[in-house]
Design a protein around this ligand. Structure first.
Ligand code: HEM
Length: 202
């Protein structure tokens, strides 16, 4: 078994559920991004995504992953003897705990409203409703939070792997394409440099 999957059952569950949520968020954000090129393309991608996300197995997978991830994080926090932790871990925990608070209204406005009252929840319509409103800005904050939390989690999971370290320079080049990436990657590389110099101190 790969050393990436070492650890307790709780750790493995946290990693596996985190990966499911990361993939969900990545596809959701790419779907929104398609709207920059064409509304038709964005709606076609949404229809394809929903074949999975609105199916019963897809719903169980996504909402199950969300419940497991949150429970594992809260459980780990409750079992700690102290709240003293490295800055990155504290930031990761606080960012993670803010996600459900911001996400709940979004779920009510989209899937719940659609399923219960047949409200239109097409990307274009929702984006138009959100445009330049407080809810819209909250959604943008949620997007940045989710991305920062997911990328930080992924980085601290994979940082021991040489192939991941090798992929960091091209990823840093990619950051130019995305403001959230731009914000996150320089931060991570500075943290890495600090960690590296500490580990080399006698
Ligand atoms: C401006 C940003 C956003 C827009 C325009 C947007 C738009 C939408 C739309 C149209 C839906 C309903 C249909 C579908 O699933 O595609 C939806 C659902 C959803 N969104 Fe967003 N979203 C945004 C940001 C986010 C963020 C940051 C997250 C956090 C992960 C998120 C998570 C979800 C979830 C979990 C659902 C419910 C999916 C389901 O159960 O079917 N969204 N969003």
């Amino acid at each position: 078994m790969s050393d990436l999957w070492r650890g307790t059952t709780a750790t493995r569950l946290r990693i596996a559920s985190g990966l499911v949520l990361f993939i969900y968020a990545l596809l959701h954000f790419l779907n929104i991004g398609l709207g920059l090129f064409s509304t038709e393309l964005m709606h076609a991608a949404q229809d394809w995504r929903q074949v999975v996300t609105r199916s019963i197995p897809g719903t169980i997978l996504i909402y199950g992953a969300f419940t497991i991830h949150l429970s594992m994080v809260l459980g780990r926090l409750a079992l700690r003897g102290t709240l003293r932790m490295p800055f990155w871990e504290a930031a990761q925990t606080v960012l993670g705990l803010m996600i459900p608070v911001l996400l709940i209204a979004h779920l009510v406005h989209t899937r719940t409203a659609h399923e219960l009252f047949d409200v239109n929840d097409e990307m274009g319509y929702i984006s138009l409703l959100l445009y330049n409103t407080l809810d819209g800005w909250k959604q943008c904050a949620l997007l940045v939070l989710v991305w920062a939390h997911g990328c930080t989690g992924l980085h601290f999971w994979l940082r021991g792997k040489p192939w991941w370290r090798r992929s960091l320079p091209p990823l840093r080049a990619l950051r130019r394409l995305s403001p959230p990436l731009h914000w996150w990657l320089p931060d991570r590389s500075a943290a890495d440099r600090r960690e590296f110099s500490h580990s080399r101190k006698p």
